[in-house]
Design a protein around this ligand. Sequence first.
Ligand code: ADP
Ligand code: ASP
Ligand code: MG
Length: 241
Amino acid sequence: MALIVQKYGGTSVGTIERIQRVADRVEKTLRDGHQVVVVLSAMSGETDRLIKLAHEVTATPDDREMDMLLSTGERVTIALLAMELRGRGVDARSFTGRQVGIMTDSAHTKARIARVTSGRLREALDQGVVPVVAGFQGINERSDVTTLGRGGSDLSAVAVAAALKADRCFIFTDVDGVYTADPNIVPAAKRIDKISYEEMLEMASLGAKVLQTRSVEFAAKFNVPVEVNSSFKEGKGTLVT
Ligand code: ADP
Ligand code: ASP
Ligand code: MG
């Protein structure tokens, strides 16, 4: 039995049908005898929609209020997936960043994770519950909601995996791995089977948004094995170690 973190990005939870596909994979992982912690993004386009709304109110939205607003997107998907799983008889429960102890500094909209107090997650796992965690968000010392920068759900997943000493952190997305270049722009790009943290960090900082840069730094620091794979099909992905 392995402890596995599975993060699903915006496209992978963009519709109810896709959320049901996520539930299929979670159920399969449980059937294979593993423990699973799920980390989700908001539905694709939702964070952009919320940012646009804020700018309809003011040209200079307050960063603390922005985080309050942006953190709602991930609450929607975690609740919907937990409902879907519960409807199938899986004892799943949704948790906000605060509820699973994602503690950050106070740099609103680009907060850094200071620590993860994972007691609540451990307790849930020990009870056989599947935790469904909101990515992209934490709280600061004053319990104000913070967000981790665009693409920050990758970092949430890696941080949760590090805190729980998970066996692997899967990043399920709309491509089946890390390519030599963005496969949506360069059709001749080749999928990479295995890549080092250092090489991945360089690619991410040059703009390969398939993994958020900070999530790669965090994975390297805590030695979290990360696998990037497709949420839409079975097959080989890219292992980052
Ligand atoms: P998610 O919403 O699942 O987090 P992202 O849009 O953040 O997904 O990241 C996946 C996207 O990253 C792909 O659709 C692809 O266009 C882009 N991408 C950029 N560079 C690369 C690369 N080198 N390898 C794979 N995907 C890349
Ligand atoms: N929803 C956030 C964003 O769009 C975080 C994420 O998807 O990783 O940036
Ligand atoms: Mg992303």
